[in-house]
Write a new protein. Structure first.
Lengths: 1059, 174
């Protein structure tokens, strides 16, 4: 036993000796392990000679070794006795200038485990021996950590010391400058201020707190501690508002900083004030109120920026809340600051049209959300004042600003009531009376009289909007009255000049209809519907046409809520029939132009569609129900027109919008209902059983309808669009047909065999694409046939006519797309085959452009249409395809192939989000520059837009751009000329935009050589015949002039005043 | 510069931004209709609304408002005859010492934004300023304008008023 312990002692001694020489971590770790096992004594013994050595550096090292071990070893390894000894030992070493640093380090880990008597010893020793000014930052940090630890663990003991703790601590903490130490010091100061009894030391404590206000610290570039000025600001603020006694000291400082500071300091001061006021208390603040108000007022009435203004308003609110918190005085008795400030603001409001009126009303609005008494007082004085001004005949020209001010006040009253009621008891029935209630009648009267006066309608509408959106303010009858009056105005606003008034009215009505739709339904809708003409206005009646368009846009905005939409549908359906099929009226004479009727029909249907879109976006559940009413009626309308005449409803655009409506409704129905719909839909188009699909009013059982047949008329075939509209939104679980392969083949072949417009063919592509996407697993034979026979015969075989082959490429595109969107394994091999025809003289370009169509987003294969869509499919496709296309575009062995690759590349890039190709930008840019030269306006515009998007979004491409910038600039300049060989408005606009973006992206020295050229050419573009182009030219020139001309006006002078 | 000539000017509501009238037969989606179509060769000449759009959002040198909000400029005060543009503006007070600066800002903006073929006259609204003739003379004397633009401090001030000029009456985005 004895021998083992002596060997252990030897080994520890060895450890210590080795460390003294090497200072390595291994020995330290071993010693820590030793102590953790309870053998502290052995280590101390081994250290003995070093701890008391006469040699300074050995002593320092010895104490440091011990301190490091204590810091590292787990807290439970030390027992009470050893902690006591260690405390005494380290405190003793504080006296010694050589050992004070490691001793403090050792002490730093002791507060949590020492006893309260040790704590006293420790704190007294620190106060006695530590001279902060002699220590460096990291050691001072230990001191603060020790005191912080003691406060956390032995607060009662330290409290017992009273002034013996506070006073020495203050002198200890005085003059600290380091941000890391300050964070701890502020935390200590807050505890002292709140929990200790600092009444006698407030002045002294303020010295170690207020000298830091305001914080102007700026963190160094690579600060290892990551302390931000905001951290310090918050920590300091928590000290400043820790004691009410600071008030008299703080306010003069605050006022001084507010008057002299920069905007950031002003903001900080205002925010600090906001937090401090409630602590400093009403008694003191009342004495300082006047001064504070004067200072804060300045920040509101002449604000440096909006953030400061907001902070100032918040500070003022806090001030008012503190001063008037306990005062329940009734209106007229309110005294003090709020009254004075209120009177001052109302004084300013005597000139409501002046710019100072705005801040004044902001102050009053801010008062609304302070205390109930102040809010009552404010309203009781401001509202009658504004109403009196409004009624004053001398102030008629200022009525507009008066109403605007009033509506600000109304909105503030509403928001203050909301803010109070929501968080507490949202369910309570006994809602308090809205603050504005006492003045409701007068205000409503003024606003109503304002709303019917044309010049001030808008301001009055803003006020009314505030009123109706205040809960529990207006009664149902009053809402009805508002609607009635507003309707009168709406009637006069149905032309172009009043579009702003109109949208304000619609906003108001929409707010009303969200709570009380009945008023809008019974009063506004009949008015609007009644003002729609019974038949299409003649061609030259431009005003009448604009009017019905405005009426319709108002209707589609208003008719979101289910009861309103129901009314709209019920009113529009008969009207649609009437317009589509009414015999041409004799009174119109020869002017009955089918196009006019069609346009009117289209406008009505488009209004219906817009309303429906809004409802679908908001997820209204009543949309599905229209599958039983609206859908058959619309199908019936179009089929009847196609079969029996009624030229208006045959118009393809009308059919198009009907298709969109059908699509929206079918999307919203459940799969089971869709199945029932599909059972009727497919036979209707494929087998001629059209009657069940359509409303009986339009189509009878004897009608025959075969749009896929060879002898179908164009009008009948145009209805393929409606077939597409019904099929595309169907859910994958909906069964198409018993033999889906044959059915799809029929649709494709029969559909394309006789098409006479592109839109018809497009409808077939989309229908087939949607079916393939959703039912690919059942379509094996169909797809097999396409990849073998169809590809060889229709696409590859040069014997086919160019038109047919192009159409086949479109079919192929849609098949690829349908498969690719769901990441089907067949997709990529099918797309690869397109490369086979790149060299074909007839269809090479079409095959290349197909890459863009495949990757582009479309309205068919979407989640809303229940298509199977994989996440990020386009990005994945692009990543796979780009290297191949880029390689092809660089390969100069076959010009035709290279050309096709280049086209495919630009088409693809245009179609995908630019994040997908950003990493390739360096290699892409030269290719894009080459593509710019292709003589095709559309490709050119695509490329420029791609470049624009890349420049705006990807900093990584800027270096590459810089390399090509001068060449690009010249190229773009050439495109800005209206007489250039291949040009369009779109090219010129995007080229000019690009020129405007370049200076921000590329360093100045790169663009310097082309500066004069740019300015000269842009001056020419200012004279472009198109307004949109001129606009871009002005903006581009503005950017170029301000960023490129250091001697600013060189461009102007060269143009105008040059030699 | 420290003297404030009008500490509390009247603010007016902005007028509606000019829009093309919709006399089309078909309601179309505005997104589809404009760009991609074939080049319609209808010429759109520069009119007073377009020029007003160019200058309406110039900032006042004295207040954080635009010239439009202070009714210093308005569309009816602009006339175009052939290649001559006459812009008339109204200072907020008759003793406004900023009138020349405002006029200069308008001139610089139009010099940069209008084609070279235009001759631009900038005048005060008759009777709106106590030294109307002097200001008019100064603004339309090309030697004096050129000299003013040699002064870097003045150019800096002018640039400052033009910072928001491209907003064209739209509210600034934050």
């Amino acid at each position: 036993m004895a021998s083992t312990s002596s060997t252990a002692a030897d080994s520890v001694e060895q450890l210590v000796t080795t460390w003294m020489v090497s200072g390595r971590d291994e020995e330290l770790a071993a010693a820590v392990a030793e102590v953790s096992e309870g053998r502290l004594l052995g280590v101390v013994k081994a250290l003995g000679t070093y701890l008391t050595s006469e040699q300074d550096d050995l002593r320092t090292k010895g104490v440091d070794f011990l301190a490091t071990i204590i810091t590292r070893c787990p807290q439970n390894a030390l027992n009470r006795q050893s902690v006591k000894v260690l405390t005494a030992f380290f405190c003793d070493k504080l006296d010694d200038t050589e050992t004070i640093v490691p001793a403090l380090k050792g002490l730093a880990s002791l507060p949590p485990i020492c006893s309260s008597s040790d704590a006293l010893v420790m704190i007294n020793a620190i106060f006695a021996h530590v001279k902060m000014r002699a220590l460096v930052q990291s050691v001072r940090f230990h001191v603060f950590t020790i005191i912080d630890g003691l406060i956390a663990n032995h607060r009662e003991t330290l409290k017992g010391m009273k002034k013996d703790f506070i006073a020495p601590y203050i002198s200890l903490a005085e003059g600290e400058k380091d941000p890391r130490n300050l964070l701890v010091a502020f935390a200590i100061a807050r505890v002292i201020l709140i929990e200790f009894d600092p009444t006698d030391h407030v002045e002294a404590l303020s010295n170690i707190v207020f000298c830091y206000f305001p914080i102007t610290f700026r963190a160094p570039a690579n600060d290892p501690y990551g302390i931000t000025p905001e951290d310090l600001r918050i920590a300091l603020r928590r000290c400043l508002n820790a004691h009410p006694g600071f008030g008299p000291i703080a306010i003069p400082i605050f006022l001084e900083k507010l008057a002299a500071g920069s905007p950031a300091i002003k903001r900080d001061t205002l925010q600090t004030m906001t937090e401090c006021f409630s602590v400093y208390g009403p008694v003191f603040l009342r004495t300082a109120a006047r001064k504070l108000w004067n200072a804060v007022k300045l920040e509101i009435f002449q604000p440096t920026d909006s953030a400061t203004e907001e902070a100032a308003l918040a500070a003022m609110q806090a001030l008012v809340v503190t001063i008037h918190a306990e005062d329940d005085a009734q209106d007229e008795d309110l005294q003090g600051l709020a009254r004075d400030a209120c009177e001052e603001c109302i004084g300013i409001l005597r000139e409501p049209e002046k710019s100072q009126a705005k801040p004044a009303i902001k102050v009053l609005c801010a008062f609304m959300s302070t205390t109930p008494s102040v809010s009552r007082y404010t309203l009781a004085h401001a509202v009658p004042h504004l109403l009196k001004l409004f009624a004053d005949p001398n102030e008629v020209p200022s009525r507009h600003p008066i109403l605007l001010l009033l509506s600000d006040l109304i909105a503030a009253a509403r928001d203050s009531a909301n803010a109070k009621s929501t968080p507490e008891e949202p369910m309570s029935d006994s809602t308090p009376e809205p603050p504005l209630a006492p003045f409701k009648d007068e205000v409503l009267g003024a606003l109503i009289s304002g709303v019917v006066t044309l010049a001030i309608t808008r301001a009055a509408l803003a006020g009314l909007t505030g009123l109706v959106s205040t809960p529990h303010l207006l009664s149902d009858a009053e809402l009805g009255f508002v609607v009635l009056k507003v309707n009168d105005v709406l009637e006069t606003c149905l032309d172009e000049e009043h579009s702003d008034d109109r949208s304000a009215i619609l906003k108001l009505l929409m707010i009303i209809s969200s709570t009380a739709p009945a008023h809008v339904r019974e009063q506004t809708l009949p008015l609007l519907l009644g003002s729609l003409p019974a038949s299409a206005p003649p061609r030259e009646a431009v005003a009448a046409r604009a009017r019905y368009q405005h009426v319709l846009s108002a209707l589609s905005t208003l008719c979101g809520p289910p009861p309103l939409f129901e009314t709209l549908v019920a009113a529009l359906l008969p009207r649609l029939t009437a317009i589509a099929f009414a015999p041409s009226a004799e009174s119109d004479g020869a002017a009955d132009d089918p196009e006019l009727r069609a346009a009117y029909l289209h406008a009505l249907l488009a209004a219906l569609k817009r309303a429906l879109e809004g409802k679908v976006d908001e997820g209204h559940t009543d949309v599905a129900a229209y599958a039983d009413t609206l859908v058959p009626a619309l199908y019936g309308l179009c089929v009847r027109a196609a079969l029996r005449g009624g030229p208006a409803a045959r118009e393809p655009r009308v059919v198009g919008v009907v298709g969109e409506i059908v699509g929206l409704v079918v999307q919203s129905t459940a799969p089971a209902r869709q199945q029932a719909f599909a059972v009727v839909l497919f036979p209707a188009f494929l087998s001629g059983k059209i009657a069940p699909l359509c409303a009986a009013e339009h189509v009878s059982i004897e009608d025959t309808f075969f749009p896929f047949a060879a002898d179908a008329t164009t009008a009948e075939r145009n209805l393929l669009v409606l077939f597409e509209a019904g099929v595309v939104p169907l859910h994958p679980s909906v069964t198409i047909d018993a033999d889906i392969n044959a059915c799809t083949e029929t649709i494709l072949v029969q559909g394309l065999a006789h098409t006479d417009t592109d839109r018809q063919a497009e409808a077939v592509f989309r229908t087939v694409g949607s079916i393939v996407n959703k039912h690919v697993d059942e379509l094996g034979p169909f797809l097999e046939h396409k990849t073998t026979v169809y590809w060889a015969e229709r696409i590859q075989d040069p014997a086919g006519t160019p038109a047919q082959r192009r159409q086949a490429i479109r079919v192929w595109t849609w098949l690829c797309k349908a498969l690719l969107v769901r990441s089907h394994p067949r997709a990529l091999p099918a797309i690869d085959r397109l490369f086979e025809v790149f060299g074909d003289a007839t269809i090479g370009t079409d095959a290349a452009k197909a890459f863009g169509d495949i990757a582009a987003a479309d309205g068919v294969l979407t989640k809303r249409n229940a298509a199977v869509v994989r996440f990020l499919w386009a990005q994945k496709f692009a990543t796979g395809m780009l290297p191949r296309l880029m390689g092809g575009a660089r390969n100069e062995s076959d010009p035709a192939l290279q050309h096709a690759n280049l086209i495919a590349l630009t088409a693809l890039i245009k179609a995908i989000p630019n994040a997908a190709y950003a990493h390739e930008m360096a290699q892409l840019l030269p290719l894009l520059l080459r593509a710019l030269l292709l003589p095709d306006a559309q490709i050119r515009a695509n490329v420029i837009e791609t470049l624009l998007a890349a420049a705006a979004q990807h900093k990584s491409t800027h270096a590459v751009l810089a390399e090509h910038a001068p060449a690009l600039t010249r190229q773009m300049l050439a495109y800005t000329k209206p007489g250039a060989p291949v040009t369009s408005t779109r090219i010129r606009i995007s080229a000019l935009r690009y020129l405007g973006v370049l200076p921000a992206v590329v360093r100045y020295d790169v663009l310097h050589p082309v500066k004069a050229e740019v300015l000269r050419e842009l001056a020419a573009a200012l004279d472009d015949p198109r307004r949109g182009v001129r606009r871009e030219a002005v903006d581009a020139r503005f950017v170029v002039v301000s960023s490129l001309c250091s001697a600013r006006l060189i461009g102007v002078r060269a143009g105008k005043y040059g030699a | 510069m420290s003297q404030i000539f009008n500490p509390n000017p009247t603010i007016f509501a902005p007028v509606k931004s000019s829009k093309a009238s919709s006399d089309y037969l078909w309601v179309t989606d505005p997104l589809e209709s404009n760009l991609d179509g074939e080049e319609v060769d209808s010429e759109e000449p520069i009119d007073q609304d377009e020029i007003f759009d160019l200058i309406r959002s110039i900032s006042d040198p004295e207040h954080p408002n635009s010239l439009e909000e202070l009714r210093v400029v308005s569309a009816p005060q602009i006339t175009i005859t052939g290649n001559c543009v006459n812009v008339e503006f109204t200072p907020t007070v008759p003793h406004c010492g900023m009138s020349t600066l405002i006029g200069l800002s308008i001139r610089v903006r139009l010099l940069r934004a209008l084609p070279n073929r235009f001759k631009i006259d900038i005048t005060l609204k008759p009777g709106s300023h106590q030294s109307e003739l002097a200001v008019n003379k100064q603004l339309n004397d090309k030697e004096r304008v050129a000299a003013a633009l040699e002064n870097p401090v003045l150019v800096q001030t002018v640039e400052q008023t033009l910072v928001n000029a491209s907003l064209r009456g739209q509210p600034a985005e934050d």
